[in-house]
Design a protein around this ligand. Structure first.
Ligand code: DC
Length: 220
């Protein structure tokens, strides 16, 4: 059977992860969290002591690292780093290393390898525009930055992490700027993507909307 690819891109806090995971579950597809790959790569860079601004050195560290996804868990060199990669420091480091073309090349190849094996719902920043431009359906999720920062703060609180709301907002603003202005694969609405503004929608409403778009796209 032909493997299907659905892409869901958008800025931090747009609701991508929860929505993509749930859409994948209901379709029986594999959820590909590409941000987790960038975060695991950032963790490898941090542990190596290499400067995140040095693209060649970062790519060389990532080349040697073994990054894999298995049943919603992320592994770096055989170690489960699923919790470690969720800190604000790793998020900023992921955004910093993601500006380098050599880093993106390595992680794009890894994403395509994973998608070769099964039908997937890929979630990230450039999955529809660069990694899988021929996807069966491309979605771009967006929301007001204030709402996105509120959601991210609530997510930290649920995990027992005590974050300052204004710092969460500021970190999100910095990442928006960095992810949107970088030279290689900046965050953009992919060609032929459907834009869904989630500011005033519940997660379930977004999931239902996307599933109906998937049904239509796969029937065509
Ligand atoms: O989606 P996230 O917050 O887990 O992503 C962390 C960072 O990784 C994000 O700020 C930019 C980078 N990233 C990317 O450049 N391209 C992707 N497809 C996914 C993430």
């Amino acid at each position: 059977m032909k493997h299907r690819i659905i892409t869901i891109d958008g800025p931090a806090g747009s609701g991508k992860s929860t929505v993509a995971r749930e859409v994948a579950r209901r379709l029986g597809f594999t959820y590909l969290d590409t941000g987790a790959l960038y975060r695991a790569a950032a963790l490898a860079v941090i542990s190596s002591g290499v400067d995140a601004r040095d693209g060649v050195a970062c790519a060389s560290v990532i080349d040697k690292a073994e990054i894999s996804l298995h049943e919603d868990k992320v592994y770096l060199d055989g170690r489960d780093v699923s919790s470690d990669i969720r800190s604000p420091g790793v998020a900023e480091a992921a955004s910093a290393i993601a500006v380098h073309a050599d880093v993106r090349k390595r992680l794009t190849a890894l994403q395509r390898e994973l998608a070769d094996r099964e039908s997937i719902v890929a979630e990230g920043r450039d999955t529809g525009s660069v990694v899988f431009p021929g996807a069966d359906l491309k979605i771009f999720l967006d929301a007001d930055i204030a709402e996105r920062a509120r959601r991210r703060h609530a997510e930290f609180a649920r995990k027992g992490m005590d974050a300052d709301p204004s710092e969460v907002f500021e970190s999100m603003r910095r990442r928006d700027e960095q992810d949107g202005s970088r030279r290689h694969s900046p965050l953009r609405v992919p060609e032929n993507a459907f834009v869904v503004d989630t500011t005033h929608l519940t997660q379930e409403e977004v999931v239902v909307k996307i599933l109906s778009m998937v049904r239509q796209a796969l029937a065509d």
